[in-house]
Every structure is written in C-alpha cells, then in structure tokens.
Design a protein around this ligand. Sequence first.
Ligand code: GTP
Ligand code: MG
Length: 268
Amino acid sequence: MTGMDKKSKKPLRIKIISMGNAEVGKSCIIKRYCEKRFVHKYLATIGIDYGVTKVTVKERDIKVNIFDMAGHPIFYEVRNEFYKDTQGAVVVFDVADRQSFDALDSWMLEMQNEIGNQSEMDNVVVCVCANKNDKKRVVDEAEARIWAETKGYHYFETSAQTGEGVSEMFQTLFESVVMAFENGGKRVPVQTTLGYSKEQADAIQKLRNAKNDYERLGLPPGATKDDVNRAYRKLAVLLHPDKSVAPGSEEAFKLLVAARTTLLKRCQ
Ligand code: GTP
Ligand code: MG
C-alpha cells in the first residue's frame, strides 16, 4: 500500500453543531437521523448534547462529532465555547413559529462573534432546516429559501416527525464538508437551482414587506406619473415571471402591477 492509499483511507473527523431557538426541533432532527425515531414529548437540551456517528461519503469514512446545542438563551454561556473548529452547522427554525425564523440572523451573529475569524466563519457549511413542515406554516418556503440561499447556505424543508428531508439534509452537509476538506478547507460555493440574483430576491422581499404602494415602488408619497412608470419599469425588468425564477416572483410581480395601477389613478 502506498502512502497515498493509506492517507485516503484515513477516516475524516468532522464537527457538526446545531443552532436555532429552543423547541424548533434540533435534537429531534438529529435523533431522526441517528436513531430513526421521533419523540413527541419536549425534552429541552440542557447546555449541550454530544454524540458520535460514522458515515461513508464519497468513499470516505467519516467520524462525525455532533454537538447539539440548547436553544434557550440561558444556556448561552455553556454553548458559546462550542462554535470554534466547526465544519458544518445545522441551523433550524420552525415553519409554524415566525420568531424562530426571525431569530436566524442573531444565531448567525452569535456564531460569527464566537468564531471571530471571518474566513473560518465563511468556510462553515450551513444547512438551514425549515422544520416541522408537517404543521400549518406561517413562514413560507420562498422567503426562507431566499434568506438561506442568498447567503450561500443550503436550504431544506424538513420534518423530524415524518422524516422528510432529514437524511437528504445530512447527506448534503457531509458531502459538502468533504468537498470543502478536499478543497483545502475552503467551502465550495453552494450549487443551488436558484438562477436568480440577490437583487431580484431583495426586490421581492421589499415588495412583499412594503406598507403601501409608494413604498412598493420605492417612491416618496406624491411621486409623479413619470416617477411611477420609471420605478415600475425598473422593477418589472427584474421581476417579470418570464425573466425571474426567484421564488415569489409571480406574486411580487402582481403586487407591482397593482401598485402601479393604483398610483397612476391617484396621479391623474
Ligand atoms: P432545545 O433543546 O430546547 O433547544 O430544543 P430543540 O430545538 O432541540 O427541540 P426538540 O428537538 O427537543 O423538539 C421540540 C418539540 O418539537 C418536541 O416536542 C418535538 O416533539 C417537536 N418536534 C420536533 N420536530 C418536529 C417536527 O418536525 N414536527 C412536529 N410536528 N413536531 C416536532
Ligand atoms: Mg434540543
């Protein structure tokens, strides 16, 4: 056996962490994957749970160290030291709980602050799980997917209860970590089916979140007919469903057309 062979047979050790608000289902997702079962009763993680599992990905044996973090704020002091030297993060929110989605930015910030080093942070493979998708949702897929994919994160719709998406998510996570490892520790850009730009994604968000028609077109109240048409054309080019495959384009385009119609009537 040559040195090269020995090297390629050596199991890779990787560290994975879970993040996200309390009760979103982090422990259940891990349990679903490792033990193929689901527990209905909520047993809050106290500080950190640690587990090891072995997988084979791309003909490589991998020893996966999983640090399952507690989401509750009182455990911040316990979990904060576990962010460093992480290759993969499972970032979870509950599709039936708006707050848990809104909290994702602060979770990423917490990780950033603890890791400190920007390039280490940028090379963590992140899989976002829109979990509990067996329930009646309040956060829709388009919005969450855009949040994740425009940041270079993988996005999965999961249910720890039914098992949907869970093994696919872990498979992608492990594969991406191995790819990063083979790429000298640099995260390989996420291959998404996106085919749309951040500009398009942002325009959709803006249209959806605007409080009135002026805001929808990015105009001050009292804008002229010309202003309205100019703003409309600019956005229409970005968002026309024939041109944009960004999730939510169609709905956003309808909002845009309606806003323009209303404002033009007001200008006359
Ligand atoms: P902390 O450890 O406190 O941070 O919470 P956690 O994110 O680990 O949540 P956990 O996995 O313990 O799950 C919380 C509750 O949500 C439990 O009662 C689970 O049974 C339930 N749950 C988890 N995943 C799902 C899911 O996909 N669907 C449904 N319907 N319930 C789920
Ligand atoms: Mg837990």
